[in-house]
Design a protein around this ligand. Structure first.
Ligand code: ASP
Length: 440
C-alpha cells in the first residue's frame, strides 16, 4: 500500500514537472510540432521524446500484444459456457455503444450552445489550409482513410478479421488479435483435457506478463515527465487563449461532464460501486493515460490496478479491458462530434438536427474504429466530415466542410488527446466493474 502511494506521488511530480519544464522549453518562434527542430532547445526536446516515447512507451507497447492475447484467453476460458459468454459479450457491447452515444450528445449540446467556431477568422482559415497542404499524414489519411458512415463500418470490419494473425500481431494490431483470442479461448473450453492444459499454460504466461508490468510501472514517473515536457514544449500553454481555446474548453467541459458525472453515475447506479473510491484506486491509471495519450499503452497499468487494487475479477477485466482499449472511446467520440460541428461553424455552415444526429452516430463509429494510440481520433475524423458532407451535398446550395478545417485543430490535438484518453480509459474501467457485477 505504501509503495503504491509513493508511486502515485512520483507520477504526479513527473506530470507537474513535465508541464513546467515543457513550458520553459517552449519557444513560440519555433514550431516544433511542424517538425522544425533546428533551434537550440530541439536537442533537449528530442531527449525528452527519447525518454518518454522510446523507453517508457516502448516498454509498455512491448507488452500489449502478449497481454491482450493471454488476458482475453484467460477471460474467455474462465467464463466457460457459451450462453454466459454471449450474455457478457452483449452487455459489454451495449455498454460501449450507449456510453459513446451519450458522450457525443453531451459534446453536441455544448458545441451548439457555446459555438466556438463562430470566432474563427479568415486568417485562421488560411492558416488551417496551409497546415493541411503541408502535412503529409493528414493528406494521406484524407486520401486513403475510410469515408462516411458506410466507410466507417467497413473500416471496423476490415480491422477485425485478419488475413494473417501472426502478421497482425507483428504489426501490433489489437482488434484482430482480440478476435482470434476470443475464438481460440472458446474452442479451448470445448476440447476437454488438452484445452484445459493449454488454458493453464496461458494463465501462467499471463501471470508472468503481469509481473513484468509490476516492474515497468515504476518507470511511469520518468516516462510521463518526458512525454508531458515534450508535448508542452512543442505546443506551449498559450493555445488556450483564442477561438481555438474556446473550442478546447468546450471539449474539456464535455469530457469533464462525461467523466465526472455520467460515468460515475453509471458506476454507482448500475455497478453498485462507489465511483470516487474506484477512481481513487485507479489514480495511477489515469495519470498514465494522461501522460501517454494511449489507451493501449495504458492497458498493462489498467489491468494491474483494476484487478489487483480494485478487486475486479480477472475474468471480467480480461474480457472488457483489452476490447475497451481499442473500441470503447467515449472521450474520442465526444471530441470528434465537437470538432466537426466546430468546423461547420468556422466555415459558416449551419447543421440541421438530422445532420447532428448523423454526427453522433458517425462519431461513435469513428471512435470505435480509432486505435488506442496518440492522435488516432484525428485520423478517423475524416469519416465524420465526409458523412456530414454527404448530407450537405443533398441540400441545394449548401457548401461542404473543407477537409482543410482539420488544420485548425492539429496544433492543439495532442493536449486534448491526453484528456480524452483519460476519459476513454475511465470508461473501460467502469465497464469492467459493471460487467463484473452483471457476471456476479
Ligand atoms: N489517444 C486516444 C486513445 O488512445 C485515441 C484518440 O482519441 O486519438 O484512447
Amino acid at each position: 500500500m505504501r509503495a503504491n502511494w509513493v508511486l502515485t506521488v512520483l507520477i504526479l511530480v513527473g506530470l507537474v514537472a513535465g508541464v513546467v519544464v515543457g513550458h520553459l522549453l517552449h519557444d513560440p518562434a519555433f514550431d516544433l510540432s511542424m517538425g522544425d527542430e533546428s533551434h537550440a532547445h530541439a536537442t533537449t526536446v528530442v531527449l525528452l521524446a527519447f525518454l518518454g516515447n522510446t523507453v517508457f512507451l516502448g516498454l509498455l507497447k512491448m507488452l500489449i500484444i502478449p497481454l491482450i492475447t493471454t488476458s482475453v484467453i484467460v477471460g474467455v476460458t474462465s467464463v466457460g459456457d457459451f450462453r454466459r459468454l454471449g450474455k457478457i459479450g452483449v452487455a459489454t457491447l451495449v455498454y460501449y455503444v450507449a456510453t459513446m452515444l451519450i458522450a457525443t450528445v453531451i459534446g453536441l449540446v455544448l458545441v451548439t450552445q457555446i459555438r466556438p467556431g463562430d470566432k474563427i477568422t479568415g486568417e485562421q482559415r488560411n492558416q488551417a489550409q496551409q497546415t493541411f497542404d503541408t502535412s503529409e499524414w493528414i493528406q494521406e489519411s484524407v486520401q486513403q482513410g475510410p469515408k462516411g458512415l458506410l466507410g466507417g463500418v467497413q473500416h471496423i470490419v476490415d480491422q477485425i478479421i485478419p488475413d494473417n494473425i501472426v502478421g497482425a500481431a507483428a504489426e501490433g494490431k489489437a482488434l484482430p488479435v482480440i478476435f482470434f483470442s476470443i475464438l481460440f479461448g472458446i474452442v479451448l473450453t470445448t476440447i476437454g483435457e488438452p484445452g484445459r492444459r493449454i488454458a493453464e499454460l496461458v494463465e501462467g504466461v499471463f501471470a508472468a506478463i503481469m509481473t513484468l508490468v509490476h516492474g515497468i510501472i515504476w518507470l511511469t514517473p520518468v516516462g510521463v515527465f518526458g512525454l508531458m515536457a515534450w508535448t508542452v514544449a512543442r505546443i506551449g500553454l498559450g493555445v488556450f487563449a483564442d477561438a481555438i481555446g474556446t473550442y478546447m474548453v468546450t471539449v474539456l467541459a464535455g469530457l469533464a461532464i462525461h467523466g465526472m458525472i455520467v460515468l460515475p453515475l453509471i458506476c454507482w447506479l448500475f455497478a453498485r460501486c462507489n465511483p470516487f473510491r474506484y477512481l481513487h484506486q485507479l489514480r495511477q491509471v489515469m495519470m498514465t493515460a494522461l501522460g501517454t495519450d494511449s489507451s493501449s499503452a495504458t492497458l498493462p497499468v489498467t489491468m494491474e490496478c483494476v484487478t489487483e487494487i480494485a478487486g475486479v475479477s480477472k475474468r471480467s477485466a480480461g474480457f472488457v479491458l483489452p476490447l475497451g482499449a481499442t473500441i470503447n472511446m467515449d472521450g474520442t467520440a465526444l471530441y470528434e462530434a465537437v470538432a466537426v460541428v466546430f468546423f461547420a461553424q468556422a466555415y459558416g455552415i449551419e447543421l440541421t438536427l438530422a445532420t447532428l444526429a448523423l454526427v453522433a452516430i458517425t462519431a461513435t463509429f469513428a471512435a470505435i474504429g480509432a486505435a488506442g494510440i496518440p492522435s488516432a481520433g484525428l485520423v478517423t475524423m475524416v469519416i465524420v466530415v465526409e458523412a456530414v458532407n454527404g448530407t450537405l451535398a443533398a441540400l441545394p446550395g449548401s457548401p461542404a466542410i473543407p477537409m482543410a478545417a482539420i488544420g485548425l485543430i492539429v496544433g492543439v490535438d495532442r493536449l486534448l488527446d491526453m484528456f480524452r484518453t483519460v476519459v476513454n480509459v475511465w470508461g473501460d474501467a467502469v465497464g469492467a466493474k459493471l460487467i463484473d457485477r452483471i457476471d456476479g
